[in-house]
Design a protein around this ligand. Structure first.
Ligand SMILES: [Ca+2]
Ligand SMILES: [Ca+2]
Ligand SMILES: [Ca+2]
Length: 559
C-alpha cells in the first residue's frame, strides 16, 4: 500500500455543466489511515474524469444477484459538499444533477473494467430490481497511480486499476432524485464501486454488462449524505375559482409542528400554485396551510389533495369549512398536491341615481337583506349574498322629506363582470333571479317630475294662431271672444294645473266655454262659475297630460 500526497497548487474550479450540482469527496481509508483532500479545488485540479450515463441497469441487475460488497479492497467514506452559492434545499422527488468526486485507494490487487454506480431513486445498487443507476466506468487516463488504459490487454475503454493505486476521480452528470436520509433529512446518495478481479472481456460503454462486480463481494457500497443540502417535503397548493378565471386573490398562511414553512405566507389567483416546504425525516411533521376568508367568496372551499402521483393521500386531512390543509409529512410521505377551489358568492345590491343629480331627494334602498336609508344620488346598499339560483327583491321607498309621487322611478340591473343588463323596468320594485356567482347591482333612478306648460290668449284665433295681429283694435262697447289655450309640452303630466285669467279693470266677462284635446279634461266649473273662478282663485285642469291642452273661450265686453 502506498499513499500519495495531494498537490498544493490551487487552480481554477470550473462550474459543473448542469446546475444545481454538487461535488462529492470520497475520503478513502487505507489500512485505517484516512486519506483526506485539502480542498475541492485542489482535488479537481488533479482528477481523472468521467461523465456518467444515466438511467442504466444497476450493478446487481447486471449480475442478476444480490451483492454483498464485502471484499473491502476499497474501503470508502463518502463526504459530499456543495460549492458556495448552491441551493441549500431540494424538493423531495425532484431531479438533481451532481458532480461527484471520488477518491480511491486501498489494498487492491490489479483490477479491471471498474465502474461507479449511483442509485437514482434512493435505490441500493446492490439489490436487483430496485431501480436505475447513473453509471461511470473507470477512466483510462490517470492523474494518480491507479487508473490505466490497458492493464487487461484488450484495448477496451473501460479503465483498469493498478494494485494499491491512488486516484481522485471526478464524475459529472450524475442525475438522481432528491430523497432524504430518514434520520437526518439530508440528501441521500446510495453508491457502489464495482471491479473485476480478472479481465471479463472487451468493455467499451457504460451499458456494458461487464461493468459489474467480478463476484458479489467485489464492490464497495454505501450511502452518503450531502450535509449542506436539506430535503424538503411539501404541499403544492393549486388555486381554482368557480366560475373559472375570475379575478380574485386569496391569502394563505402556513405553519408547521417544527420550524417555519417556506413560504409562511403567500397569495394565489386562479390557476396559480405555490410550493410550501418543510424539512422532512422519518418522524412525521405536520404542515398546516390555511386560506383566509376572502370577501365576495363563499366561506366554504372545496379542497382535494393527492399524493405526488395523483393517488389518495391518507396522511393529509382537509377542512373545507375552515379552508385548511393539514399534512403529516415524512421521508416516506414527503409530498401532497392540493387543489383549493373557491366559489364566487352570488351577491346583490341596490344603488341610487337622481335626475338631476343635484336633486335633494332621499330614499331607502333594499336588496335582499341589505338596506341603506336616506341615501341620495350615488348612494347604495352593501352587497348581500344570496343562495345561487334563488330570487332576490330590490326596492326603494321614500326617505325623510321625500315623496315618491314627485318622481318617475325606474330601475336597471347590471351584472358586474360583463356589464350586461339583466333586468330593467319602471317602478320602485324589482324581483328576479340574479346571475349565479356574480355581483348584480340594481340602480333605481328617480327623475323629478316636470312639465313645460304654455299659455296663450288671443281675440283673433285662427288668423295667426296664438298671437294677436299687429295694430289689432277692438271697439268699445262690443263683446269680444278671447281664446285662452293652456298646453302641456311635457315630459310629465301636469294634472291639477291651475288656470287664472283675471280681466283688466273695466272689462266685463260674462261667458266661458271649455274644450280639451290630447287626453286633457276641462275644469269642473262651467259657465258663470268658470268665469268667476278664472277671475278669482283660478280653475284646476284635472287632467293635463304631455301633449294635451284645454281651450277656454271667454266672452267679454270692451269698456
Ligand atoms: Ca479495461
Ligand atoms: Ca476488459
Ligand atoms: Ca382556473
Amino acid at each position: 500500500m502506498r499513499h500519495q500526497m495531494m498537490p498544493t497548487a490551487t487552480p481554477t474550479l470550473a462550474s459543473p455543466p448542469s446546475p444545481p450540482s454538487w461535488r462529492v469527496r470520497i475520503r478513502c481509508l487505507a489500512s485505517a489511515t484516512l486519506l483526506s483532500l485539502a480542498a475541492i479545488g485542489a482535488a479537481q485540479a488533479q482528477t481523472a474524469f468521467s461523465s456518467a450515463t444515466n438511467g442504466l441497469t444497476c450493478a446487481a441487475d447486471r449480475t442478476a444477484s444480490n451483492l454483498n460488497c464485502n471484499a473491502g479492497e476499497f474501503t470508502t467514506i463518502v463526504n459530499l459538499s456543495t460549492p458556495p452559492g448552491s441551493p441549500t434545499t431540494c424538493t423531495a422527488g425532484t431531479t438533481l444533477t451532481l458532480s461527484v468526486i471520488v477518491s480511491l485507494s486501498g489494498t487492491n490487487a490489479n483490477r479491471y473494467d471498474g465502474a461507479f454506480f449511483v442509485g437514482q431513486s434512493g435505490n441500493d445498487p446492490r439489490t436487483p430490481g430496485g431501480g436505475q443507476c447513473a453509471v461511470a466506468r473507470f477512466p483510462t487516463v490517470s492523474t494518480g497511480t491507479g487508473f490505466i488504459a490497458n492493464l487487461d490487454g484488450d484495448n477496451d475503454s473501460c479503465g483498469d486499476y493498478i494494485a494499491a493505486g491512488v486516484e481522485t476521480w471526478r464524475i459529472d452528470n450524475v442525475v438522481l432524485r432528491c430523497e432524504g436520509d430518514p434520520a437526518t433529512g439530508l440528501l441521500r446518495v446510495p453508491y457502489l464501486l464495482s471491479y473485476q478481479q480478472n479481465n471479463p472481456g472487451v468493455c467499451n460503454t457504460d451499458t456494458s454488462p461487464l461493468l459489474a462486480p467480478g463476484a458479489p463481494s467485489k464492490c464497495n457500497a454505501g450511502a452518503a449524505t450531502v450535509p449542506t443540502l436539506v430535503v424538503q417535503g411539501y404541499v403544492r397548493v393549486i388555486k381554482q375559482t368557480l366560475p373559472d378565471a375570475v379575478a380574485g386573490s386569496f391569502g394563505f398562511n402556513a405553519s408547521a409542528s417544527l420550524g417555519t414553512p417556506s413560504p409562511a405566507n403567500f397569495t394565489l389567483s386562479d390557476d396559480q400554485q405555490q410550493l410550501v416546504e418543510i424539512p422532512v425525516t422519518s418522524t412525521p411533521r405536520t404542515l398546516t396551510i390555511s386560506e383566509a376568508l376572502t370577501p365576495g367568496w363563499e366561506s366554504t372551499a372545496s379542497i382535494v389533495c393527492t399524493d405526488p402521483n395523483g393517488n389518495p393521500a391518507p396522511y393529509v386531512t382537509v377542512n373545507n369549512a375552515t379552508r385548511s390543509i393539514s399534512a403529516s409529512l415524512s421521508t416516506t410521505n414527503f409530498g401532497a398536491i392540493c387543489t383549493v377551489t373557491n366559489t364566487r358568492q352570488t351577491r346583490v345590491r341596490s344603488a341610487k341615481a337622481l335626475s338631476p343629480t343635484t336633486d335633494p331627494g332621499l330614499f331607502n334602498l333594499t336588496a335582499a337583506t341589505a338596506t341603506a336609508n336616506n341615501v341620495g344620488n350615488g348612494g347604495a346598499t352593501a352587497f348581500a349574498a344570496i343562495v345561487a339560483g334563488s330570487a332576490a327583491t330590490f326596492s326603494e321607498t321614500a326617505g325623510t322629506g321625500t315623496s315618491l309621487a314627485a318622481y318617475v322611478s325606474s330601475y336597471q340591473c347590471v351584472r358586474a363582470d360583463t356589464g350586461a343588463v339583466v333586468a330593467s323596468g319602471s317602478g320602485t320594485t324589482a324581483g328576479f333571479v340574479p346571475p349565479a356567482q356574480q355581483d348584480t347591482t340594481c340602480t333605481f333612478t328617480n327623475r323629478r317630475r316636470s312639465a313645460d306648460l304654455r299659455l296663450s290668449k288671443t281675440n283673433t284665433p285662427g288668423v295667426n294662431a296664438d298671437v294677436d295681429q299687429a295694430a289689432d283694435t277692438v271697439t268699445s262697447g262690443t263683446t269680444v271672444s278671447y281664446t285662452v289655450v293652456a298646453a302641456n309640452n311635457g315630459p310629465d303630466p301636469a294634472d291639477g294645473a291651475l288656470l287664472t285669467d283675471p280681466a283688466p279693470a273695466g272689462m266685463s266677462c260674462s261667458t266661458a266655454t271649455c274644450t280639451a284635446t290630447g287626453g286633457a279634461s276641462c275644469p269642473a266649473q262651467t259657465g258663470a262659475a268658470l268665469v268667476a273662478a278664472l277671475q278669482g282663485g283660478g280653475v284646476a285642469v284635472p287632467i293635463l297630460p304631455a301633449g294635451g291642452s284645454v281651450t277656454v273661450v271667454l266672452g267679454c265686453q270692451i269698456p
